[in-house]
Design a protein around this ligand. Structure first.
Ligand code: NDP
Length: 433
């Protein structure tokens, strides 16, 4: 703990895992002797580097880049790249740590890693974004490769940024399709990757609801964020008959009692790279509120936090519970604080943890790697069908492990234990290093 004293997000992620995996050590005392916990919480390596780039005024700017290669026991390091001013070592380590278990849950051969920079893409021109991505990849390219470490997108990194990074990698190292995922479909990307995390989130929540005889049909849904995960979670929820009444960005949220018009959100956020506030220009009956937390005071049956970490605290969780929320699915990584998660579990709210719920993105990234290796591309329907099956499997594994280890119905514990067991067994088999 002392070694990571200034890393609250990382400690939060580790604590969440530790809280639930104690029963595993009763059945597997050898994990203690072989230092599985000590080893799994210490990254294989952390790479941190200077990123110098030239802005549109000709001035040199300097940011810090990171890649945390956490654990490659079951496959090459795999995890996204985040560009956001709040990025620091703690954030990248928490994301990389969770990625180990999430990737194991997919059942595909991928290890855990994560990267990013404190670069703020907001307000930057397309040329500035390109120069930054090229500078970032010039350094990162020394540490990655299709069988070593395969980065992808995350907050602030979408198809445009992956494209610029891929171009730079190719210039430096020749063409290697499998070095990044989330690429454009015209040059090695997979159909269905853009939709995968959002759709996967809804597929997982659908499974949770089914168990209680519930469904998306006719339910009211609140989704935070309006980025990649949020947009496609809204799209799938709507297609299953739900009414999504609110979404947000980092400035505020919109409430449309008639149901959010997704084509407007897509145009503003994906096309114009604008602010969610602009939604009310086109739909004046909708309301805009400054600030993010208030979105959880809107009564809903299903809450899908899809923006960022720790966006639901105890206060927001209490309001959601008082308003009768039936299910919460974490589309974002660690969007609920530990205390908020406990509150949902204690109040019998169906709760899907991020490691399981949002694993669809990395699962389809792994399918992109498979297609790149085979030099084939699958149809959207083939990818979507595989995604759906993977999400069902993750749900079943989480339920089974929760029951087997004494936490019936607790998917936080079930997902943690299932992912942990997969990696721990492989670590045992590969000897101490
Ligand atoms: P995007 O950058 O596409 O969208 C992020 C959204 O969240 C934007 O609407 C953004 O608002 C909002 N947001 C970001 N930071 C904050 C903040 N500090 N406070 C409030 N709102 C914020 O990212 P993604 O949709 O890709 O990622 C969202 C979450 O999902 C993250 O936790 C990510 O780690 C997780 N995730 C993403 C996967 C993927 O495939 N993309 C896979 C698995 C998990 P604004 O526009 O104002 O910045």
């Amino acid at each position: 703990k002392q070694r990571n004293a200034n890393q609250p997000e990382f400690l939060q992620a580790v604590k969440e895992l530790f809280k639930t995996i104690q029963p595993v050590f009763v059945q597997h005392p050898e994990y203690i002797k072989y230092g599985i916990l000590e080893r799994i919480t210490e990254p294989d390596r952390i790479i941190s580097f200077r990123v110098s780039w030239v802005d549109d005024r000709g001035k040199v700017q300097v940011n810090r880049g990171y890649r945390v290669q956490f654990n490659n026991t079951i496959g090459p390091y795999k995890g996204g790249i985040r560009f956001h001013p709040t990025v620091n070592e703690s954030i990248i380590k928490f994301l990389g740590f969770e990625q180990i278990f999430k990737n194991a849950l997919t059942g595909l051969p991928i290890g855990g890693g994560k990267g990013g920079s404190d670069f703020d893409p907001k307000g930057k021109s397309d040329q500035e974004i390109m120069r930054f991505c090229q500078a970032f990849m010039t350094e990162l390219s020394k540490y990655i490769g299709p069988d070593i470490d395969v980065p992808a997108g995350d907050i602030g990194v979408g198809a445009r940024e992956v494209g610029y990074m891929f171009g730079q990698y190719k210039r430096l190292n020749s063409y290697q399709a499998g070095v990044l995922t989330g690429k454009g479909v015209g040059y090695g990307g997979s159909l269905g990757r853009t939709e995968a995390t959002g759709y996967g989130t809804v597929y997982f929540v659908e499974e949770m609801l089914k168990e209680k005889g519930l469904s998306f049909e006719g339910s009211t849904v609140v989704v935070s964020g309006s980025g990649n995960v949020a947009i496609y979670a809204m799209e799938k929820a709507e297609s299953l008959g739900a009414k999504v009444v609110a979404c947000s960005d980092s400035n505020g949220y919109i409430y449309d009692p008639d149901g959010i018009k997704l084509e407007t959100v897509k145009r503003i956020k994906e096309g114009e790279r604008g602010r969610i506030k602009d939604y009310t220009n086109e739909h004046p009956h909708a309301e805009y509120f400054e600030g993010c937390n208030g979105i959880w005071s809107i009564p809903c049956d299903i809450a899908l936090p899809c923006a960022t970490q720790n966006e639901i605290d105890v206060e927001s969780a209490n309001i959601l519970i008082q308003n009768g929320v039936k299910a919460v699915g974490e589309g974002a990584n660690m969007p609920c604080s530990l205390e908020a998660t406990d509150l949902f579990l204690e109040n019998d709210v169906l709760f899907g943890p991020a490691k399981a719920v949002n694993a669809g993105g990395v699962a389809v990234s792994a399918l992109e790697m498979s297609q790149n290796s085979m030099r084939l591309s699958w149809t959207f329907e083939e990818v979507d069908e595989k995604l759906r099956e993977i999400m069902k499997n993750i749900y079943r594994k989480s339920v089974t492990c929760a029951e087997k280890y004494g936490y019936p119905g607790n998917l936080v514990a079930g997902a943690n234990i299932s992912g942990f067991l997969t990696v721990a067994e492989a670590m045992m088999a590969q000897g101490v290093y």
